[in-house]
Design a protein around this ligand. Structure first.
Ligand code: HEC
Length: 155
């Protein structure tokens, strides 16, 4: 009995001494988001500033639409989105979402599970910021925001 108590105290002390550093997947996620072109679409001014937008504003979405046969879609505010969905929901989204141009679901599916999780953990760790992106516009209707026309045009 005394020995068992001793072991329990020793284990508790060891647990308390183990350093609890930040989740290493967060740094990995930052790297993947930066290189994965996510800011090109989801961070206002990213391209124009040559990537000089502070991390605090990353992934807050934009109101510049992408217009094509699918209607007009807007790069979502992922900072807000990731506060309201779980990591499991994000993994499910990558597996199942497709076809809504120009979001790169097909590219995210090339990543392994750890990298998919890393993206979620980094963006979620930044906390909520910004406002939601405008609602999608139906095919054929005119958007009321600036938009990029992504219809292929023949010469
Ligand atoms: C070429 C522009 C573009 C790039 C690059 C891009 N996105 Fe998107 N993203 C969009 C658009 C437009 C939507 C809205 C259409 C949709 O939901 O599929 C979207 C949707 C999303 C959504 C869904 C939000 C919701 O509410 O359902 C998430 C999450 C997301 N993007 C994360 C990312 C991440 C992470 C990256 C980098 C790997 C990335 N995006 C790269 C344009 C882009």
């Amino acid at each position: 009995m005394k020995f068992a108590a001793f072991v329990m105290v020793a284990l508790a002390l060891m647990a308390a001494a183990t350093p609890q550093g930040p989740d290493p997947l967060i740094a990995r996620g930052k790297y993947l988001v930066a290189f994965g072109s996510c800011n090109d679409c989801h961070t206002a001014g990213w391209r124009a500033s040559d990537g000089a937008i502070p991390v605090s504003a990353w992934m807050t979405g934009t109101s510049i639409g992408y217009r094509g046969p699918w209607g007009t879609t807007y790069p979502a505010n992922v900072r807000l989105e990731f506060q309201s969905i779980s990591e499991a929901q994000w993994l499910f989204m990558i597996k199942t979402r497709a076809g809504r141009w120009p979001m790169v679901w097909q590219d995210l599916r090339q990543l392994d599970g750890t990298d998919r999780r890393a993206i979620y953990r980094f963006i979620r760790s930044l906390g909520p910021a910004g406002k939601p992106a405008p609602d999608d516009v139906a095919p054929g209707e005119m958007p009321r925001t600036p938009y990029v026309d992504v219809l292929p045009t023949n010469p």
